[in-house]
Design a protein around this ligand. Structure first.
Ligand code: CU
Length: 216
């Protein structure tokens, strides 16, 4: 857990965002040749955890220690007119996704994702941990829709020595931003609590399985 804490503090800027503290800004590192020409290349790293002992909720897990969560924060900022590459380390188990559409990569450069170093266009819809799905708001001039599936870690995967978690699946993908705007993202795998197909609890509370993505 100590190693996790050191990693999640990288690039972590505290703000007064209330229940979902923190803002993670993408780091621009050089340029990249894209289908839309040479663009600034920005990078972000996220994690998905099976509980809230990691991520933005404090080492005791805060109000809902057993809720699944994204980390290090759910408030993201990326530059406009750029290539954005996001790497997500996915530590959670999972199962069958309700809508197999969300087991496919949508809106990424090349329509692909890299899963543990292998290029894929989709994952097994029966072994989904979470998704990372960016939506435009009705007011956005530049539509941005990106959806990426994150494979489930097997239930019987051994814990990494010195960690509370098994080794994650690592998913990397890129997309191109348009102009400035505010977007939202969420998970489309029903990983939460409740009677309505597990879309309650962490799924319906900002800071766990949903957040903001500002293009600036
Ligand atoms: Cu989820």
């Amino acid at each position: 857990m100590a190693g996790t804490a050191a990693v999640v503090l990288t690039g972590f800027v505290l703000t007064n965002a209330g229940a979902t503290p923190g803002l993670l800004r993408a780091t621009v590192n050089g340029t990249a040749a894209t289908p839309q020409g040479v663009l600034p290349h920005a990078f972000l790293k996220l994690d998905t955890y099976p509980d809230s002992a990691a991520g933005p909720h404090g080492s005791d897990g805060g109000a809902h220690p057993d809720w699944v969560t994204y980390g290090p924060t759910s408030n993201l900022e990326v530059p406009a007119h750029s290539l954005v590459t996001i790497t997500i380390s996915q530590y959670d188990s999972g199962g069958t996704i309700t809508n197999p559409y969300f087991a496919k990569a949508v809106g990424t450069v090349g329509g692909t994702i890299e899963v543990d170093g292998k290029t894929e266009t989709e994952i097994d819809p029966d072994a989904v941990g979470h998704t990372f799905t960016i939506h435009a708001l009705p007011t956005n001039q530049d539509p941005l829709f990106v959806s990426v599936p994150l494979p489930a870690v097997a239930d019987d995967a051994p814990l990494v020595e010195g960690s509370d978690y098994a080794a994650p699946h690592v998913v990397t993908f890129s997309f191109i931003t348009g102009g400035r705007g505010e977007y939202i993202w969420n998970c489309e795998y029903p990983c939460g609590d409740g009677y309505y197909a597990k879309f309650g609890g962490p799924m319906s509370t900002q800071g766990y399985m949903s957040g903001s993505l500002n293009v600036t």
